[in-house]
Write a protein that binds this ligand. Structure first.
Ligand code: ZN
Length: 139
């Protein structure tokens, strides 16, 4: 049912498990690479994404030690070190650390403001389009 997560975590275990069990620094790198990052396996058409807490739990499982909150926010989120990035790429997984993009159809600026639109759904815009929206501009 959760084949995508099983495969991602098997790739982590295979490529980095021994290093993680031996070195807390590698665990921190793995947490950073998992937390708030979307990972894609294009060959298998799979993706996974981990919350801060879920990323911590995967580390506990791999290293076989439970230390409450030790890995939660142990390093900056959404940073993929060369070791972790290349190790997972070897197993077919690519992490997307590009920022979320403004929802205006013609814009590629970073999202800065998320809010509930007057029309109902949530909208996330760059500062420029947020200001325009607040002035009543629609597109
Ligand atoms: Zn924009």
């Amino acid at each position: 049912m959760f084949e995508n997560y099983t495969l991602f975590e098997a790739a982590l275990e295979k490529r980095l498990g021994d290093q993680m069990r031996a070195d807390d620094e590698i665990c921190k790198q793995v947490w950073s690479a998992m937390a708030n990052v979307d990972w894609y396996n294009f060959e298998r058409e799979l993706s996974v994404g981990y919350t801060f807490r879920h990323a911590s739990e995967v580390i506990y499982v791999i290293i076989g030690r439970y230390d409450d909150l030790k890995w939660y926010c142990c390093a900056p989120p959404a940073v993929i070190s060369p070791l972790v990035g290349m190790s997972l790429k070897k197993e077919g997984w690519i992490g997307d650390i590009l920022p979320e993009i403004c929802e205006h159809p013609d814009c590629i600026q970073r999202q800065m403001r998320g809010f509930r639109s007057d029309e109902g759904p949530m909208l996330s815009l760059c500062n420029e389009h947020y200001d325009a929206y607040q002035r009543g501009v629609r597109w």
